[in-house]
Design a protein around this ligand. Sequence first.
Ligand SMILES: *Cc1c(COP(=O)(O)O)cnc(C)c1O
Length: 384
Amino acid sequence: MGTGKTVWDDPADLIRHLQPDHPVMAFAPTVLQDRARQFLTGFPGLVTYAVKSNPDEAVIQNLVAAGLQGFDVASPWEIDLIGRLAPRAARHYHNPVRSRREIAHGVREGILAWSVDSRSELEKLFEQVPVSVIGQRVEISPRFKLPVLGAAYDFGSKFGATPDLAADLLRLVADRGYVASLTFHPGTQCTEPTAWESYIRTAREICDAAGIRAHRLNLGGGFPSHRAAGVAPDLDAIFAKIGKTVAECFGGDAPALVCEPGRGLCADAYALIARVKGLRHGTDVFLNDGVYGALAELPVIGNLDRIEVLTPQGTPRTGARSGRVIFGPTCDSVDRLPGELALPDDVAEDDYIVFHGAGAYSLVINTRFNGFGAVTRATVMGFG
Ligand SMILES: *Cc1c(COP(=O)(O)O)cnc(C)c1O
């Protein structure tokens, strides 16, 4: 206490000095910028950021500082956020279902790239979206889907046209004079490089069926973060697979590529610091954060198991690990993490659990249910 510090070396340093009794999200801007540069140098096309995964101002600003020039936005709020924080960046309005008022908002804001996955929504775009804006032609990208493989959960159940419908939409878009492109999202947290492969092949088939050369191909998000201790994501292998498959399918006449990672960019730049409130029955561990807070996504996608347990002095607990049931702070019985987490046997009340890789779909989903959820932000230089 009383050091005047506002930036910490790592989570242990923060814990030692502050001993916070509420959850803290520790953000490492250097980690985010390094990851952004890995995408910018490795991905063979334009890198955009899916704002919904973590719209914190610090994330947007650091991505712009690292050189990102585009954002995937899904709502008027996200359109305005990027307009304010990154006024020169491209905004791709890639939520394929929008109300007429939302479309009007995008048009007023000068949106140049839209996605679509149905005839009814395409009709709405045709009625409201001009073919060009200040001399630049507007792009509409039919979004297609395939049965899922390799993703942590299925995005295709909500959005995406069948390849046949996508070919029809592509032709309609081109006939109207818009820039005709294609987009897909292979599903989130795809650790297998092959997740993108069949989509790229299908994109080629859609172009052939429509008799249209897609101007751009957007490969979506789905790039993995380091969620599980034993499975480090290999982004460079994914980039290589994407480049090779595009070359095989399209040869020298390939569409320009775009990706729109959310999780793959932001998740590993954050660690959640939660505190042990109490231990019960020898097996149960109650934390001050849970599935109504920054751990909201875990029941759908699985545990974050890159965890450290630290004493209030910031010293690691090193006991043999065994499975514990982890509950969050609310009075709701679904407020528990899936399965069990392996914690050191010497874990004690008032200790801290640091969940690494917690930056995506966490802060932005956090609720104030039961009066909990007062997560604060802190800046760290790294994660030790
Ligand atoms: C959510 C979303 C993304 C980002 O997905 P991640 O799995 O976080 O990379 C990208 N594009 C669209 C259209 C999305 O809805």
